[in-house]
Ligand binder design. Sequence first.
Ligand code: ADP
Ligand code: MG
Length: 569
Amino acid sequence: ETQKETLGFQTEVKQLLHLMIHSLYSNKEIFLRELISNASDAVDKLRFESVSNADLLSDDPNLRVRIGFDKDAGTITIDDNGIGMSRDEAISNLGTIAKSGTAQFLDQLSGDQKKDSQLIGQFGVGFYSAFIVADKVTVETRRAGHEEAIRWESEGTGEFTIEAIDKATRGTSITLHLKDDAQEFADNWRLRSLVSKYSDHISIPVEMLKVATPEYDEEGNVKPADENAEPTWEAVNSAKALWTRPRNEVSDEEYQEFYKHVSHDYQDALKWSHNKVEGKLEYTSLLYIPAKAPQDLWNRDMLRGLKLYVQRVFIMDDAEAFLPPYMRFVKGVVDSNDLSLNVSREILQNDNAVDSMRSALTKRVLDMLSKMAKNDPDTYQSFWNEFGNVLKEGPADDFGNKDKIAELLRFSSTHTDNAAQTESLKGYVERMAEDQDKIYYIYAENHNTAKNSPHLEVLRKKGYEVLLLSDRIDEWMMSSLREFDGKTFQDVTKGKLDIEVEESEEQKKEKEQKAEQMKPLLDRMKSVLEGKVTSVNSTDRLTNSPACLVVGEFDMGLQMRRLLEQAGQ
Ligand code: ADP
Ligand code: MG
């Protein structure tokens, strides 16, 4: 029964470990952040399970993480009294099941060590960072409510061992046998300063042994320490959930460190909004806008949402019911006093309190963006460059907030003739010509086609600005945007443009004559093109090009047609 079993790591895990051991040595210290973060997750899970099974907590109710070290042995131990792992869980979580993140992580590596080591947390491969500093890792763990405990051990090469052991209490204890070049971490002050740097916001105490203040005898020599004194553990962090603290007591650095903890991002957030709501509903929210878009942002099914807590108890990650899909870039926490601790994803989908919170949080994000756009346009522009195409889903997704969203949109336009999307609708309206009453736009497959379209000629001549749309989402967006500031949107490729070019009586006559002369030609063309076009007309829309195709006013746009054609319709 106590036999040691040797198992192999999954192939991708092997690659990952090789990398940790041989290449990621420029930012070694992050191992501590990752292991403390796992310990804190394990405690959150225990607290959650104990809601329905109070016995799990009772024999050891003070939840904490403890960090110990032995300078002589060259070891560090991170010990938690959280949920622990069963034998099967340890085998799969620590080595045989490659998480989706592992392959992605390996794909993303740039060879730049600093960047690469920062990717570790983002892809959920934090545990393996232990091997950056250790040449052997020993995990002793016992699942809450189970009798059996196990020891998992590995040197980070191809395999790990697993064996049954005795362990008096639930939870996980991880011992790192430090490499020669990582001995510096087995040090009281070094460890303390890393905890304050990375883990201050962790909501449970991260404890270390109190260092006895030396006592001196009359000759000024240090008195020998009292051998019998019980060691006392003290919290090194502030051990209070960050979002429960008043805003003015949280520094920007703390907000940023917490952001990295909830988002697994390694870069600073662009902006955040922290609010406590009291009244009919009571909840606290802390919402962050990231600086950079993740890989899977374009997938509407990507994992998204907020970390949900109910009365400080962690309930779930990625609670998507609190924000609409077009805000899937937002990260953060919501802590409710109204929901039940037994709430499930299904319940969240059909709960009135959640609906109200969702609309309030949506407004909160829109306000945060409006303020940014107004007070800090450069930052807003960088937000738009990363996330603009997701926000463009907004008018169709969230009809009620369409006007607010419209103000946040940025376009490429003939004002700059540049592909960069920098122009707001407000700016467009301010620049509108005196006799202009519509907002003109065109879509095409790409910016250059849009910009050089013959449809624009007459508008350019009149000095009317045209929005140049070429993102796939644009037509979908425009189908929900009917007007802005009382001006309707007009697709310049559709129907009649009603643009009056001032003309004298003589010019009018000349035109009529020309039309007369053209009639036989047009009739001829109509019969040649029969079945391919509905009509052939002469136009004053063009100034340089001989001909162009237009779509009827009530017909589908060209881009939408192409999409449907591609889909085989
Ligand atoms: P992530 O934390 O993103 O899931 P990690 O590589 O950091 O990825 O951890 C892998 C898994 O190992 C965790 O999801 C968890 O199931 C398990 N694990 C790691 N550390 C602990 C711990 N201290 N207590 C219980 N389970 C743990
Ligand atoms: Mg982790």
